[in-house]
Design a protein. Structure first.
Length: 119
């Protein structure tokens, strides 16, 4: 099992910045994708950003140019730097990790961290 612990959420004013982190621990063998999703009240969970083990990244159109995903594979940590935040970025942000054990892909989710953008 892999445990994911997110941190860094909070309240920020529109236009502000915030960095959230997700640390993985436990039975780590070969982490492939590390990603951030978010879910606002009354909406479906959506992909915000993802980064493969090779370094390639993928972003939702709504956050391109404002958010940056990065990872430290030595520490098994993934970060999401969020700049120019907007009220519509308010959501619970979840970390997701995909790991391959042999041919089997296991997916793990964090417990979520609240990000609120409001004046």
């Amino acid at each position: 099992q892999v445990q994911l612990v997110e941190s860094g959420g909070g309240l920020v004013q529109p236009g502000g910045s915030l960095r959230i982190s997700c640390a993985a621990s436990g039975s780590i063998f070969s982490i492939n994708t590390m990603a951030w999703y978010r879910q606002a009240p009354g909406k479906q969970r959506e992909l915000v950003a993802a980064q493969l083990s090779g370094g390639s990244t993928n972003y939702a159109d709504s956050v391109k140019g404002r958010f940056t995903i990065s990872r430290d594979d030595k520490k098994n940590v993934v970060y999401l730097q969020m700049n120019s935040l907007k009220p519509e970025d308010t959501a619970v942000y979840y970390c997701k990790v995909d790991q391959f054990v042999g041919l089997r892909r296991d997916t793990y989710w964090g417990q979520g961290t609240q990000v609120t953008v409001s004046s």
